[in-house]
Design a protein around this ligand. Structure first.
Ligand SMILES: Nc1ncnc2c1ncn2[C@@H]1O[C@H](COP(=O)(O)OP(=O)(O)OP(=O)(O)O)[C@@H](O)[C@H]1O
Ligand SMILES: [Mg+2]
Length: 406
C-alpha cells in the first residue's frame, strides 16, 4: 500500500451519513419544483397571453431569498418556449453588473456572445440589442435576474434604463416584441415611480413568492433528503424538527438545504449513525451566519460602510446597540474613515432604508422626553459578524475597484 492509499483511506469517511451529498447543493437543479404551483400557474398564464397576441411589457417577480424565484421563472419560461415557436427566452443575471452600461452589455452578450467597447456608449449597446432581437422569433421574454443589485448603484438613473428597454426607438422601429421579466427581492415599482415616463410604460403584472411555510418546505426538502442521505439515517422527527426550524426562522429553501448538509457533516464527524436534533441545533447559527456573511460581502461599499458604523460603538467590551443616526454619523465622520468615503446625511438615511428593506437592520422610534423622538437602529444579526468580515470585504468585494469596469 502506498502512502496515498493510507492517506485517501484516512480522509474517506466510511461512516458517512451521505449517499449523494451533492443533491443538497442549492445550485444543483432539482428534478422537480414543489410547492410553487400557484406561482408556476401565474407565470404560465402570463406566457399564455402569446396565444392571444399579448405579453405584458414587464413582469416583476419578487420575494425574499431562496423562495424559488429564479428556479421557477427559468423553468416555466424554458418549458413554454420549447413548446412555442413564436417565443424565445433569454436569461441574464445582473448580479455582477455595477453600472447601467455593464448591465446593457451583459444583455447584449447573452444575445450575441459579444460585448461592445466603452467608446460605443450606451446607445451603441442598445442598438446592438435591437439588431440582435430583430432576428429573434416574434416574442422574446427577457429574464433579468437580481436586478436589484444594479439598482443599489446611485451612479445612474435606473428609470432611464427601463425607459430605453421598454420604449426604445430602435425597438419600435424594428417591431421587436419584448417582455422584460424582472426578478428581485423587492417589488421594483417603488423606484420606477420616480420617472413618470417609465411608470406609464410599466404594466403592473407582479408575481410574489412568499417565504416557505413548514409544509411547503417539507415538500421541497423530502425528495432531496431521501436521495442525499443513506437510508434510515434521518429519523422522521429529526427531519420534521429541522424543516420546522428552517421555516420558522427563514422560509428559505437554500438555507434549509445548507442546514441539513452541515448537520449531516457534523453527525459524520461525531461518528453518529443517524442525524440528531443536536446536529441541527449546532448548525442553525452557522447556517444563519454563513448566509448573512455572504449577504454582507455582496453589499455595495456605502452599505457596508454604514453597517460598520452601525456596529462601531463599544460599551463595556461589547458592541453597543441600538444606535442613533447621530451615532452613525459621528463614527463615519471620525478619523477611522478616509475623507473620500464620507457620506452626507441624506445618503446615510437612504442607505439605512435599503438595509432595512434587505432585512439587515431594524429601526424604531423612541420618545426621549425633551430630546424628542429619536430613531434607533440595530442589526438583525450578531453585530460582531460585520467586524469579523471587514478585511474580507475589502479583499473580496466586487464593488471595490468597480469604477474601472468596462
Ligand atoms: N419549490 C422548489 N422546489 C425544489 N427546489 C427548490 C424550490 N425552491 C427552491 N429550491 C431550491 O433552492 C434553491 C434556491 O432557489 P432560487 O434560486 O430559485 O431562489 P430565489 O428565490 O431565486 O432566491 P434569491 O432571491 O436569493 O435569488 C434552488 O436552486 C433549489 O435548489
Ligand atoms: Mg434568484
Amino acid at each position: 500500500m502506498s502512502k496515498y492509499d493510507d492517506l485517501f483511506d484516512e480522509v474517506t469517511a466510511d461512516e458517512s451519513l451521505f449517499r449523494e451529498k451533492g443533491v443538497l447543493d442549492p445550485l444543483a437543479e432539482p428534478d422537480e419544483i414543489h410547492a410553487r404551483d400557484a406561482q408556476e400557474r401565474e407565470l404560465a398564464s402570463l406566457l399564455a397571453g402569446v396565444h392571444e397576441g399579448y405579453l405584458p411589457p414587464t413582469v416583476t417577480i419578487y420575494g425574499p431569498p431562496g423562495t424559488g424565484k429564479t428556479l421557477s421563472t427559468r423553468r416555466v419560461c424554458r418549458e413554454f418556449a420549447s413548446r412555442t415557436d413564436a417565443v424565445a427566452v433569454e436569461y441574464v443575471n445582473l448580479k455582477e453588473c455595477r453600472t447601467l452600461f455593464s448591465a446593457a452589455n451583459e444583455i447584449l452578450f447573452e444575445l450575441t456572445g459579444e460585448k461592445k467597447g466603452a467608446y460605443e456608449g450606451l446607445d451603441g449597446v442598445f442598438e446592438g440589442i435591437w439588431e440582435a432581437l430583430a432576428e429573434y422569433p416574434e416574442w422574446t421574454v427577457l429574464i433579468l435576474d437580481e436586478i436589484d443589485h444594479v439598482q443599489h448603484d446611485s451612479n445612474y438613473d435606473p428609470s432611464d434604463f427601463f425607459y430605453r428597454l421598454l420604449r426604445g426607438e430602435g425597438k419600435l422601429k424594428r417591431g421587436v416584441d419584448l417582455s422584460v421579466w424582472l426578478v428581485s427581492n423587492e417589488l421594483l415599482e417603488v423606484d420606477l415611480r420616480l420617472d413618470s415616463r417609465v411608470e406609464s410604460a410599466m404594466s403592473d403584472e407582479a408575481v410574489f413568492f412568499p417565504p416557505y411555510g413548514p409544509d411547503e418546505l417539507a415538500a421541497v426538502l423530502e425528495p432531496r433528503l431521501e436521495r442525499a442521505f443513506r437510508e434510515g439515517t434521518v429519523p422522521e422527527e429529526v427531519r420534521d424538527y429541522g424543516v420546522a426550524e428552517a421555516a420558522r426562522r427563514w422560509g428559505d429553501a437554500r438555507k434549509a438545504l445548507t442546514l441539513f448538509r452541515q448537520a449531516g457533516e457534523t453527525a459524520t464527524e461525531r461518528g453518529l449513525d443517524q442525524l440528531t436534533r443536536e446536529c441541527l441545533e449546532t448548525n442553525l447559527e452557522a447556517t444563519e451566519r454563513e448566509a448573512t456573511v455572504s449577504k454582507l460581502l455582496d453589499l455595495p461599499t456605502n452599505h457596508f460602510l454604514v453597517l460598520t458604523a452601525v456596529t462601531g460603538w463599544d460599551q463595556g467590551g461589547e458592541i453597543k446597540q441600538p444606535v442613533t443616526t447621530a451615532d452613525v454619523h459621528s463614527i463615519l465622520e471620525g478619523e477611522t474613515f478616509p475623507e473620500a468615503l464620507q457620506l452626507g446625511e441624506r445618503a446615510v438615511r437612504g442607505v439605512l432604508t435599503d438595509l432595512e428593506t434587505m432585512g439587515l437592520v431594524e429601526t424604531w422610534i423612541d420618545s426621549r422626553g425633551r430630546e424628542g423622538r429619536v430613531k434607533q437602529i440595530e442589526t438583525t444579526f450578531e453585530p460582531q459578524w460585520v467586524r469579523d468580515n471587514r478585511l474580507r470585504y475589502v479583499e473580496e468585494s466586487t464593488y471595490l475597484g468597480a469604477d474601472t469596469e468596462d
